[in-house]
Design a protein. Sequence first.
Length: 77
Amino acid sequence: MQSFITLPEIESAINFWRQRSPSVGEELRLCQEASSLATPYALMIIERKSQLEISLMSEKAQIALQTWRDAAATQQK
């Protein structure tokens, strides 16, 4: 697995999870996977970072990211 993720990649991963498990409730709550990726995504924007070291992300975010990457690799085959 790559050691860094870029802003466009994390955005794509969030969108993948949003399509797979749409927001629910009146507050349009994100699924756990998208929510776990939303925090590092927001920090990247606030800190104006173009990439983030994956090891700094929570375990849930890392699993969500790897699942997205696996799904993307399968689609490319």
